[in-house]
Write a protein that binds this ligand. Structure first.
Ligand SMILES: Cc1cc2nc3c(=O)[nH]c(=O)nc-3n(C[C@H](O)[C@H](O)[C@H](O)COP(=O)(O)OP(=O)(O)OC[C@H]3O[C@@H](n4cnc5c(N)ncnc54)[C@H](O)[C@@H]3O)c2cc1C
Length: 306
């Protein structure tokens, strides 16, 4: 049986991508979670998402870029995306990963690259979300975010916190003082028990605690989850606290719980869909498989059928 850790380990083996992509059921499942390999496909997906009453966030898939020219290509891709959003009038912001911009080469390079994107987004009245990656880069990511936040406004750039990390409640309290716009998620990487709650019930309890802290702050945050228990806890909390529906937004991933995305949007809650696209879909896709055993069984069943 493939465990979550094993799948996350495989997600780091890019070499397996070509082998896996030749296998039709695997390839078919990727189209459920990835909007396509090209910008045009992603724009079309966002048009459809907007038509269903949801906003979006572009994610050009390519984490852990290890050459300067590669990071430059990522910057160009995002500048192009911001231009496209304006041209096509789709309702979308952008999400970036600092390792995509060179964090593992030189943090200063990642900072400068992220700064170029935020500067352009600000000029266009758009917003940049800095995704959170593995715990080896949490502190670096937060440091760069705080530096950028000191140079830009609240509505120019935001960050992500993960409820599986022990440190997250303290980080949330510090960031709220800045203040900062935060996306709260559970966390998608394989983390050791020294830094993250090993039990799902503790991750969930921390999620609810931090969600309440964020939403009571009055700043506009993103509650990113597909978990009906987290969503119910959020709705229950905001209703009891008299927090208006437009004071925050729910966020979900492309292809996951589309029914719930539409239901929440119909009920008048803000709903943003995160739209990953691009040629480097393999690590992101494997993390999605790791989150739900049924996805793995789908692949294995079809593999055995030959
Ligand atoms: C908008 C958005 C942005 C994110 N950004 C980040 C980030 O920057 N850093 C980071 O570490 N993580 C990020 N994540 C991923 C997140 O950390 C979780 O790994 C992921 O959302 C699954 O957790 P969950 O809250 O849905 O709860 P879970 O308890 O994992 O799942 C609850 C239910 O959701 C459904 N579900 C969840 N995942 C899947 C799946 N893959 N396939 C099918 N059904 C599924 C199932 O019905 C499941 O029972 C993001 C998630 C979202 C929604």
């Amino acid at each position: 049986m493939l465990t979550r850790s094993a799948l996350i380990y495989l997600s780091r083996q890019e070499g397996l991508k070509n082998f896996a992509a030749r296998f039709a059921p695997f390839k078919k499942l990727t189209t459920r979670f990835i909007a396509g390999e090209t910008t045009d496909e992603a724009v079309n997906a966002i048009r459809d998402i907007n038509a269903r009453g949801c906003s979006a966030s572009f994610d050009h898939l390519n984490e852990g870029v290890h050459d300067v020219a590669g990071t430059e290509a990522e910057v160009r891709e995002y500048l192009h995306l911001l231009e496209l959003i304006d041209e096509t009038k789709i309702n979308s912001n952008v999400s970036i990963k600092l390792t995509q911009f060179g964090l593992e080469i030189d943090p200063e390079l990642a900072y400068r690259n992220a700064r170029r994107i935020i500067e352009d987004a600000k000029r266009r009245g758009n917003f940049v979300r800095i995704d959170m990656e593995g715990s080896n880069v949490t502190q670096l990511t937060l440091d760069i975010f705080r530096r950028l936040r000191s140079e830009f406004e609240l509505n120019d750039v935001g960050i992500v916190l993960q409820s599986y990390l022990y440190r997250t409640e303290a980080d949330a309290r510090e960031l709220l003082k800045v203040p900062a716009r935060i996306r709260l998620c559970k966390g998608a990487y394989d983390e050791p028990a020294e830094v993250a709650y090993p039990d799902k019930k503790d991750v969930d309890a921390n999620y609810v605690r931090v969600m309440q802290l964020l939403l009571a702050s009055g700043t506009y945050h993103g509650i990113a989850t597909h978990d009906p228990k987290m969503i119910d806890a959020t709705i229950d909390f905001v209703q009891r606290a008299g927090i208006p529906k437009d004071a925050f937004e729910f966020q979900m991933l492309y292809g996951i719980r589309r029914d719930l995305q539409e239901q929440l949007a119909r009920d008048g809650w803000g709903m943003r869909v995160y739209v990953p696209y691009g040629k480097h879909w393999y690590p992101y896709f494997m993390r999605r498989l790791a989150e739900r055993p049924a996805n793995i069984w789908f692949v294995l069943k079809n593999f055995l059928k030959g």
